[in-house]
Design a protein around this ligand. Sequence first.
Ligand code: GLC
Length: 606
Amino acid sequence: MGVLMINKSIVKKNILIILFMVIVWSCSSKTVADSTDELDITKAHYILSKMTIDDKVGQMTQVARDYLESYEDIKTYRLGSILSGGGSAPPNNSVKGWREMTSKMQDYALSTPLGIPLLYGSDAVHGHGNLRNAVIFPHHIGLGAANNEKLVEEIAKITALECAATGVNWNFNPCITVPQDIRWGRTYEGFSSNPEIVSRLGVAEVKGLQYNWNSNISVLACLKHFVADGGTNKGIDRGNSIISDKELEEIHLYPYYEGIKANAGSVMASFSKINSVPMHQNESLLTGRLKNDMNFQGLLVSDWAALTLLPGSSKDQIAAAINAGIDMVMVPDKYKEFINNLKELVKEGRIPEKRINDAVLRILTTKIKMGLFENPKADPELESLVGSDSSREVAREAVAQSLVILKNDKVLPMYVGQRVLIVGEFANDLGAQCGGWTTTWQGKLGNNNNTGVTILKAVNEALGKQNVVYLKDSRMLNKTDLSEFDLIIYVTGEEPYAEMNGDNPYPSLSRVDMKIIDTLDKSGKKTLLLLISGRPLLLDGAEEKVDAIVASWLPGTEAMGITDVLMGWKEAKGRLPYSWPADSKGFVQGLTSDKYLYPIGYGLSL
Ligand code: GLC
């Protein structure tokens, strides 16, 4: 450690000399912000000047923790970043368990000659979904219905804190996709099919996530997936967006302009193609448009093993992606092979060293700007703030604001004293409420994954348990005496899914749902259909058979927000972020409003 200390003090002394010179020069002409940027870039250039090709290639390599053969490899291969993919967590999935894991990883990174700290990434797309007992907020689709920038910024600040407490300093969010076809499995990761809403809320999320750089809550945001991931033909995930320049500009690029102006520090490339050109090798968009025209100065990361989907050999794929503008590669598994291939490509001249240096400078400048060198590890002081009541109150408010009342024929508001039958397994299932990217990549049904309040619990609390009967198995409905009830609530929708597993050529209520709804229709009772789903679902006439319909999207852990609105205690502010199809033609967004059962922006107040 003695030798290492000498190196570091030499490095520090030289940096100080350079910094002094730059300060003297810059104080004369630039603002503080400019001079800070200048200093950051100077520091980055200085570190770059000390880097070997191994250091450089290592910084461009991101490895998934599940595939990291040993923490020693972080040091040996000079890795720049580690990530947790969906559901990837330490065996002790607690704040302490995460903190110990990420801090140990940082120790290996900091023990390298240049001591460059790691970026540790995770998809905290609606709260820190990989962390048990984190607060889980509504997915983006619900926040789009709420359409409230201040709320989104507040949620993002809480998410940043809960990430930072675990040593996750890179959140692969906001997804600023603008889904144009609700058959896509990632519709719920989009705020809306309206690019203006996506842009405003995306900026709010960037501001919230990156609100406290150079502190113990320093988190890097990531605009994704660049670009037109939500424009693919028939909503096929990772498919082909056959779009005009006008659509590209006005729908899909639109949110990136403001996101970049908001200083989002990273962008993730999309798996999809535009007019048959894979985004990960689209130099004109990745470099020409994003980096040059739009002046994006942060780091551009590839998506999970996306290079392997490009044509040609492994080396062809790497050369195409890096030369197109990818700065860091989410390998995420065969990192040794990747590193060897990349070094060979540089030696062979197939990737210019200038491109490598540009990529590494972007990575280093980002780490410096975030203050990662000063705060590389999770601060134990933050642990007690994770999952707090105040954070859950924010989530509850978000749920309330996200709810959209589609129909209300003298059912809402509910009132204390009503006898209510609540039907369906989704009424008592936190996993259903949370959806994908929660505990596991795909999400999972059940109540043992998170701390939270189910819809059933919320209804019991609101009406009094003595006034509520729960029928979990909806198939028993026609064997149940309904005469004593004033209202029947049927809770149904979609089971959790993520990405391609959510692609659905015909997103609709199920046949079982339609049978239940027919029974409800014949009951002569007031009925409420409460939906949990990642997108609008075809109702196929159910809207005529129930008295009220409420879309709750994927509300997360705090279902009290639902009863807050159903009881009339909070305003019904939510408005549709996507047009609701009347038939299969309506899956495509942006058509004339007569093509839809309920148009975008629709929603009833109480
Ligand atoms: C996934 C997703 C991307 C996510 C990444 C890391 O495949 O496309 O949104 O950030 O991998 O989990």
